[in-house]
Design a protein around this ligand. Structure first.
Ligand SMILES: [Zn+2]
Length: 225
């Protein structure tokens, strides 16, 4: 008797007979040469927000770190266990990714729990409290809950990008004198792109909202302050 749910067993069979069979060469190459993704994505655990699906990429293209609320905790070399920091460190120093993208989304349960002051439990409440500085920084306009949640979701997305000073500390690769992430930030959201450096075509996804914050490490490395 398999430990896997039937839905996953069926899906794996479909994958094995379909995509895996059709892309044997790519999977074999990845197995032999290892992964060399250019982009790290920090996304939410939410089952509706799969980075590989949203960005329509294949195996080996994204290095993905997902957690509740797509959050990046402060740099804390205190000997504790730091999953996000270790993933960031590995991505930048070992894989030498060129881009880090923080992917947020609408209707985030973690953000909602934080806003409702209902993020309890042994761990989730503490974890979502990382949003406190973000919440404190955005003004409330006496608006409805949905509007406030949307603004909080958007404000929380820059995570890495909004606090570039936290990122270099995760990695020696970013401690180079010329590395200055703040010079290369851009942010875009569904429907329109905003940012100082570049504008991207509007993303058409109806009212489904995904929010991005990204920085290009390649550009950072090649830039000079
Ligand atoms: Zn979420």
């Amino acid at each position: 008797m398999s430990l896997l749910p039937q839905r996953l067993r069926d899906g794996y069979t479909t994958f094995r007979n379909g995509r895996l069979a059709a892309e044997q060469g790519r999977y074999r190459e990845l197995a032999i040469r290892g992964q060399t993704p250019e982009t790290m994505v920090i996304g939410c655990c939410d089952s509706r927000v799969s980075p590989e699906v949203i960005f329509h990429v294949g195996p080996g293209e994204l290095f993905v770190m997902r957690n509740a609320g797509n959050l990046v905790p402060p740099y804390s070399p205190d000997g504790a266990y730091h999953g996000v920091s270790s993933a960031l460190e590995y991505a930048v120093t070992m894989l030498q990714v060129r881009h880090i993208v923080v992917l947020g989304h609408a209707r985030c349960g973690g953000v909602r729990a934080f806003a409702d002051d209902a993020a309890g439990g042994e761990f989730i409440g503490k974890w979502m409290s990382l949003l406190a500085p973000v919440a404190a920084a955005i003004e409330t306009h006496g608006e409805g809950l949905d509007s406030y949640l949307t603004r909080l979701e958007q404000a929380s997305v820059p995570g890495v990008a909004a606090k570039p000073a936290d990122v270099p500390l995760h990695s020696q690769a970013l401690r180079k004198p010329h590395a200055h992430p703040a010079r290369r930030l851009f942010r875009c959201r569904v429907g329109r792109a905003v940012g100082a450096r570049r504008r991207k075509p509007a993303l058409r996804a109806g009212h489904a909202a995904f929010f991005f914050a990204a920085m290009s490490l390649r550009l950072i490395r090649h830039s000079a302050i």
